[in-house]
Design a protein around this ligand. Structure first.
Ligand code: PMP
Length: 297
């Protein structure tokens, strides 16, 4: 396996960063997770736009422009001969010295890790996965804005530990006012009385790219979509529940705490439409010409 480290693609054993990197010392950095379908980076522009937004929210200047980041991403995929992949692009404040001051770090560290995408078991999509509502609350927007996709992930890790203790796959965090926020790596939706509901961005969540696609698809289907403030009782009373993120796409939920749900028609429909959208996107990129970034070489 090869990893991109600051402009070089090196074998994974040689892919190392300094112990003085502020990403390691202070969680000072940002990242994106992308998915590659059939040699095409899905929604690359949206992911890079969010990366640049995260960077600007932490006052980090990314040393590569969008085009060079795309080239670096595709070159790493080509080096690894991957066509269906999971990609993690990390940019930290860089190597500095002890002490928080970002000015100690003249050069951000850029890392790209790619690995073959392993599909989630089909049984998860057929029967749904279990959720629990964590005691750990989502970071305050005024503390670390969840719209910064930052390396500082301890909030999410703590919620994930709670989920694991209870045998749940994912934890849902509430915000400081006890309204539903999001999962540790996912956004949440539920369907009730003809409306598709999902916490609004104001609840202090990451505006997931999958969340955006799914709400658009639902609206195009004529579903009424309600982005608002919901409590855990709204979730318990739902007819169906599902999660979204780049890797899971649309994942149905079988239980939240002790409340159970069937895998419903809305989750099934939206998963099908999402897949259709992925295929259309991939064909669109490939139709733009001989794929510069295909793996044909
Ligand atoms: N919320 C959080 C906290 C996440 O880490 C993720 C995964 N990036 C998501 C939501 C879903 O975002 P996306 O659909 O862009 O993968």
């Amino acid at each position: 396996m090869y990893v991109y480290v600051n402009g070089k693609i090196v074998p994974s054993k040689e892919a190392v960063v300094s112990v003085f990197d502020h990403g390691f010392l202070y969680g000072d950095g940002i990242y994106e997770t992308l998915r590659v379908y059939d040699s095409v980076l899905f929604k690359i522009d949206e992911h890079l736009q969010r990366l640049f937004r995260s960077a600007s929210l932490i006052g980090l200047s990314i040393p590569l422009d969008t085009n060079h980041l795309k080239i670096a991403l595709y070159e790493t995929l080509i080096a690894n001969r991957l066509s269906n992949a999971y990609v993690r692009l990390t940019i930290s404040r860089g190597q500095g010295s002890l002490g928080l001051d970002p000015d100690f770090c003249p050069k951000p560290t850029v890392i790209i890790i790619t690995q073959e995408f392993k599909e989630y078991p089909e049984a998860y999509y057929k029967h749904g996965i279990r959720l629990m509502i964590a005691e750990t609350r989502r970071n305050l927007r005024e503390a670390i804005n969840p719209q910064i996709k930052s390396l500082n992930f301890l909030n999410n890790v703590l919620a994930k530990i709670e989920a694991k203790k209870q045998g749940a796959y994912e934890a849902i965090m509430l915000n400081e006012n006890a309204f539903l926020a999001e999962g540790t790596i996912s956004n949440i939706f539920f369907y009730k009385g003809g409306s598709l509901c999902t916490p609004s961005i104001d609840c202090g969540i990451l505006d997931g790219i999958t969340r955006g696609i799914v709400t658009d698809l639902a609206r195009q289907e004529g579903l009424s979509v309600h982005e608002g403030m919901f409590t855990k009782n709204d979730l318990y009373a739902a007819e169906e529940v599902f999660l979204t993120n780049t890797t899971m796409e649309v994942m149905p939920i079988s239980a939240v705490d002790s409340q159970t749900y069937p895998v419903g028609k809305i989750a099934r429909l939206l998963r099908k439409l999402y897949r259709r959208g992925v295929n259309a996107y991939v064909s669109g990129v490939k139709a733009e010409g001989p794929s510069l970034w295909g793996l044909e070489e």
